[in-house]
Design a protein around this ligand. Structure first.
Ligand SMILES: Cc1ncc(COP(=O)(O)O)c(C=O)c1O
Length: 371
């Protein structure tokens, strides 16, 4: 048993439970700030935790700029006191109207949204102008993930010009997310990231030379932000998410990055159906199921266990140590992918110095709050 994850009394923890270890969380925030060099170079993505309590700890550490993927996450951030929010998701349908409502409800929040196409830019501009409001818009550049974003080139320049010339909109820079850069070797990852970065800089310089302001470039996730952090570019904002909690997936993908696990799952044995199996109350309603069965988590004290079946409320594992377990016995699990795992829990138990000290709401997991 790793002493950092010892919990003196688990009797009141309803399993399966998400447990946040406060000291490890704060340790990770300090490591992120140390890598960035300064807290105000960071714009962490709240998708990993979705919790006002974590946001407030980030604010206490001087992290004032934040990133979100949904209006619920953005509202969670605003309610927690954040005044500079980048909603890095393309707005379509009712989300255009929600951007107006968000600006009305939180007039002191500098809301930035993302765009990569002419139609939503026009719709957002019309909606903001009609409401007598403005909104900052960040152009999403595709630097190789091919998920969203526009390729660097004349079409991207035209879109940025459109943002700049649309009443109600303010051009606010570029978004450069490179979640596909998963090279295990730091040197190989650096080379790939910097190759794209050079193209982004050249494009930025071209736009600035033509009179367009590009006040910021929001870049990177956990694997790449340490690489951007080495650059002296003053407009860079670094946007890691996962490393706030870290998970088994990133520990394997990025062996160069040492962030202690700050969010684990507490599970209990509910059955021992055969001589070599135990069944845990850790179904896919409690741990993200985007990895394949067998790879969705690591059992800290049962590393040899083979995950052979998972249903909504059950996880069956095969282990030579099955005989050592009885119903009610507890284990801690590290999720492979923590961001969608936190979305599965209404609350997280908070452990500090070995004791459960609080429960934190996972507010941002909802589709909408009020806006
Ligand atoms: C747009 C965007 N920015 C930042 C992040 C954070 O990246 P990571 O989880 O690698 O820290 C993500 C993660 O999915 C993302 O989609």
């Amino acid at each position: 048993m790793d002493p950092r994850y010892h919990i003196a009394d688990t009797s009141e923890i309803i399993s399966p439970a998400l447990i946040v270890f406060r000291e490890q969380l704060v340790d990770n925030l300090r490591r992120m700030i140390a890598i960035a060099g300064r807290a105000d170079r960071l714009r962490p993505h709240c998708k990993t935790h979705k919790m006002p309590a974590v946001t407030r700890i980030e604010l206490e550490h001087g992290i004032g700029k934040h990133k979100a993927a949904t209006f619920a996450e953005a509202e969670m951030l605003a309610d927690a006191g954040v005044q500079d929010i980048f909603l890095s998701y393309n707005l379509v349908g009712p989300n255009i109207r929600r951007a107006v409502e968000f600006r009305r409800k939180f007039p002191l929040v500098a809301l930035k949204v993302q765009a990569d196409h002419t139609r939503p830019i026009a719709e957002l501009g019309a909606a903001m102008s009609a409401a007598g409001l403005t909104c900052e818009v960040i152009l999403d550049l595709d630097v190789g993930q091919h998920r969203t974003g526009v390729e660097i080139g004349p079409a991207a320049k035209q879109l940025y010009q459109q943002i700049a010339s649309t009443p109600g909109l303010v051009p606010a820079g570029f978004h450069v997310y490179d979640g596909h850069q998963h090279q295990k070797s730091r040197d190989e990852r650096r080379a790939a990231v910097l190759h794209e970065w050079e193209r982004v800089l050249k494009f930025r310089d071209e736009l600035v030379a033509s009179g367009l302001p590009v006040p910021r470039i929001v870049a990177g996730g956990t694997g790449s932000f340490p690489i951007y952090a080495e650059l002296s570019e003053p407009t860079l904002e670094l946007s890691p998410g996962t490393c706030v909690f870290n998970d088994a997936g990133y520990s394997e993908h990025f062996p160069d990055l040492v962030f202690p696990a700050a969010a684990l799952l507490l599970t209990r044995v509910v059955s021992r159906p055969t001589a070599d199996r135990i069944t845990l109350d850790l179904g896919y309603k409690a741990v993200a199921s985007d990895p394949p069965v067998g790879k969705r988590l690591q059992l800290l004290d049962l590393p040899d266990a083979e995950q052979i079946l998972q249903n909504e409320e059950h996880l069956v594992v095969r282990t030579a140590r099955a005989n050592d377990f009885q119903p009610g016995d507890e284990l801690l699990a590290l999720p492979w992918h923590v961001c969608p795992t936190s979305a599965l829990h209404k609350q997280a138990y908070v452990v500090s110095q070995g004791r459960v000290v609080d429960r934190w709401d996972v507010i941002g997991r909802d589709r909408w709050i009020t806006v």
